[in-house]
Design a protein around this ligand. Structure first.
Ligand SMILES: [Zn+2]
Length: 245
């Protein structure tokens, strides 16, 4: 969100009317930020179909030291079960981080809505992600590329950062079938993910600066943010084992 803030501050200096300013803000969202639904909606039907046969395993939730945001790691076995691919999804809430937004008691529907509303940056170690232009497109066109997680396989000859001139000249591809499967996995593992975010020990000295929350803007204002060091609030009446791992 910081990048948008800088962008919109600059736009603010152009002397646009409020309506024009809001249009630019919406254009920015459409071009440069994307939720899981935005990314998967653009996928072709064949990849969507193939993703449904994949299994997935929640691995862990960590903190990107650079952005300060939460990154969820899933392991998705290949269709032939010969290999495992690593899928990483960084969650960027409209305000704060997933660590701060996951604090306090919240109805399950609100928690799921929180994950759905996050912008995401993604990475997968599969060859398709590299060869079909997804990596390039996410990096250079859609700003949804999660850097720092390089793959061992699938780097095209001639470098890994080349435009998909043949396979995807119109830059339509954004996510592979493993990422599509992982997006589904987020929805079946939402409780595990939010619990991990809530109990994660965020180092105090490097916690990203929080914007001053106002009642009108904060989606979780009715549940004041607890100190991250407090014991976790008991979750819903569903055991963590029932979340479909
Ligand atoms: Zn993949």
């Amino acid at each position: 969100m910081n990048e948008k803030k800088i962008f919109m501050e600059a736009v603010g200096n152009l002397g646009l009317s409020m309506r024009q300013y809001e249009s630019v803000s919406r254009l920015y969202d459409a071009c440069f930020e994307a939720t899981m639904a935005d990314l998967s909606g653009a996928a072709d039907n064949l990849r969507k179909y193939r993703s449904k046969t994949l299994t997935f395993h929640y691995n862990d939730l960590t903190r990107d030291p650079k952005s300060g945001h939460a990154v969820v790691h899933f392991v998705v076995p290949s269709a032939s079960n010969e290999k495992n691919y690593d899928v990483y999804i960084e969650f960027i809430p409209k305000q704060g981080t997933l660590f701060s937004q996951a604090q306090g008691a919240m109805a399950p529907a609100k928690k799921i809505a929180l994950l759905r509303s996050c912008d995401v940056k993604v990475f997968c170690t599969c060859p398709d992600f590299n060869w079909s232009g997804m990596k390039y497109n996410l990096k250079h066109i859609y700003d949804s590329y999660l850097s720092g997680y390089e793959s061992i396989d699938g780097v095209p000859s001639g470098g890994e950062d080349i435009a998909p001139k043949v396979r995807d000249p119109q830059h339509k591809n954004r996510v592979c079938k493993h990422l599509l499967a992982a997006f589904t996995a987020v929805m079946t593992n939402w409780m595990t993910i939010l619990k991990a975010a809530r109990t994660y020990h965020v180092p105090a000295e490097v916690t990203p600066k929080q914007e001053p929350a106002t009642p009108a803007q904060s989606p979780v204002q009715e549940n004041p943010v607890e100190e991250p060091t407090l014991p976790p609030v008991p979750d819903e009446n569903i055991s963590p084992d029932e979340n479909g791992i």
